[in-house]
Design a protein around this ligand. Sequence first.
Ligand SMILES: Nc1ncnc2c1ncn2[C@@H]1O[C@H](COP(=O)(O)OP(=O)(O)OP(=O)(O)O)[C@@H](O)[C@H]1O
Ligand SMILES: [Mg+2]
Length: 275
Amino acid sequence: MQVIKPRGVHIIVLGNEKGGTGKSTTAMHLTVSIQKRGFRVGVLDLDTRQRSLTRYLENREAFFVGHGLDLGLPEHLVASPSSLPDIRERAQEDAELLDSLVDRLEKDNDFLVIDCPGGHTHFSQLAHAMANTLLTPMNDSFVDLDLLARVDPETYAIERLSLYAESVWDSRKLRGASGLPGTDWVVIRNRISATKSKNRQRMDTALESLQKRIAFRYISGLSDRVIYRELFPKGLTLVDLQDIKGGPKMSMSHVAARYELRKLLDQLDLPGWQG
Ligand SMILES: Nc1ncnc2c1ncn2[C@@H]1O[C@H](COP(=O)(O)OP(=O)(O)OP(=O)(O)O)[C@@H](O)[C@H]1O
Ligand SMILES: [Mg+2]
């Protein structure tokens, strides 16, 4: 059986088997926020195909170079999956590679942010078992909730757990069997619409009741704001807006967005974050 090693770095995994829920965008915002607090952050991109977080960081580097900024980039690695033909050997090689990448990133960092792809991969499953904090953003939709649990179509009551919740359960078991402390699983809604709707309220109720069933913390998330999409090409985040010349001007909506992000980070309860 695979054994998960104890680590000297706090590992935050962004995970959800559903694609496009805001994992990479949130990973980038967490990375920069944590860096701004004076912590050293390593980044590991496990989305070997899309590499959105890597692209985000490359854009950031290009922006810094282009604007003569020396603000420091996080140490960043990308994993490449094994191409061995035998499934067992492939799994073994993947596990060894992941371990060696985390070994490298744990040396000089206080936090490690791992971005997972929107699907189930061996890397992703192992990374979930390494998580001190697992952050799962989800869209404000029952389609997304379906990966956590099935709900009754009439009452919206939780009927049973589904795919992703079961897979997190497996990772937690693997972690427990390796003698490691439990993962703090945190679920947030992302791209929350500004208008109140029945759907929004039902999602809220479903997540409130689900958190008791599958041991996650449901905390406040991020609203749907166009700024998140606009910042990507420049490699900037909401946290940078005030400090960096050449980025978008701060508006009231950006101030509100920064407040939400700050609240999310405070509620994440990361080691050394408060005070
Ligand atoms: N709070 C937000 N408001 C508006 N747009 C957002 C927000 N968060 C993310 N987006 C946009 O939603 C899309 C998906 O976001 P992102 O790539 O971060 O998701 P992902 O979960 O990493 O996707 P994948 O599973 O494909 O890796 C992107 O276009 C991103 O710019
Ligand atoms: Mg992504």
